[in-house]
Design a protein around this ligand. Sequence first.
Ligand code: SHN
Ligand code: NAI
Length: 263
Amino acid sequence: MNREYAAMLKLTGRPCLVVGGGTVAERKIAALLEAGADVTVISPSVTPAIRSWAETGGLSWLSFHYGTPEIIKNYELEGSEKDPVNKGGTVFPDLSPYVILFAATNNREVNDLLRREADKLGKFVNVADQPDTGNMTVPAVVHRGKLTLTVSTSGASPALAAEIRRELESAYGPEYVPYMDFLSELRETMRERIPDTKKRQELLRRVPAWNVPERIQAGDFESWRKEIMHMLQETSSPEEFTAAYVSIGSSFGKDSNPSGNDG
Ligand SMILES: C[C@@]1(CC(=O)O)c2cc3[nH]c(cc4nc(cc5[nH]c(cc(n2)[C@H]1CCC(=O)O)[C@@](C)(CC(=O)O)[C@@H]5CCC(=O)O)C(CC(=O)O)=C4CCC(=O)O)c(CCC(=O)O)c3CC(=O)O
Ligand SMILES: NC(=O)C1=CN([C@@H]2O[C@H](COP(=O)(O)OP(=O)(O)OC[C@H]3O[C@@H](n4cnc5c(N)ncnc54)[C@H](O)[C@@H]3O)[C@@H](O)[C@H]2O)C=CC1
């Protein structure tokens, strides 16, 4: 099986190269900047958004064509009207500093050249127009604080990936931002107070039944959070902690209405 491997990358401060400056490049760059990557863009022309990121120091823009003069000459011979090639300024830089590369021009040969150069160096490369030739594709993403939801169709239908992303955005709304912070805080507390891993796991699996997102939407979350965290902190042994914790669940079982809609 050659299934794609899903992973999360930390790109803070890591050099990433985007070749091309159109709408596809812009979408990839926006996500790279949100990840804190050190972005270099090579493209003779860029979208207004890319230009303004360059002007405010968010990224480095090299206003050149990537590629060798031969490739650009061939491209001219193929007669693209869409992006007439500027006779001057081509660059063919060393790619070794970059962690990942994006071939996002509208010129197949240029994208293919970057992909081949990246392959020589064993780099990860995303190819916009012939994704199967590259070794990395970008999923549709929903960020909710520490929660990240991603959708990939392995290139079968980016439009479906975007559609499912929109569905996820409404199913997992902004309430998941404080919910994730709460889960993180709770888990930290549990790691301090419940040394037994199995026991801790068993307790943590009960949290979804507390319907915290509904509580956040109903607006009574903050006082509830303070109350239960206080109650848990007051306990003096793992047993007491566990008993207090289990009581949280039973205080609003199936009979109660955590959505708060009953007024
Ligand atoms: C393989 C992949 C490589 C990669 O770029 O990483 C790729 C390739 C191609 N996309 C094309 C077209 C479109 N791409 C989008 C949108 C997105 N494309 C994204 C990812 C990917 N696109 C990777 C696979 C992901 C997967 O399969 O799940 C998203 C998810 C993420 C992102 O780009 O950030 C982002 C949505 C973000 C969001 O909204 O959440 C739309 C919709 C729109 O614009 O509204 C259209 C038009 C509709 C359509 O064609 O479906 C074409 C044809 C070009 C042509 O026809 O010329 C190719 C090339 C080919 O298929 O050969
Ligand atoms: N992967 C994806 O998500 C999608 C991919 N595509 C494909 O991606 C490609 C790019 O799409 P768009 O951004 O919409 O195109 P676009 O035409 O808006 O932008 C192309 C960019 O490439 C630059 N460019 C051209 N030659 C270059 C060179 N030698 N070096 C550096 N930059 C160069 C141009 O200046 C321009 O900024 C198209 O081939 C399209 O088929 C299209 C839609 C989605």
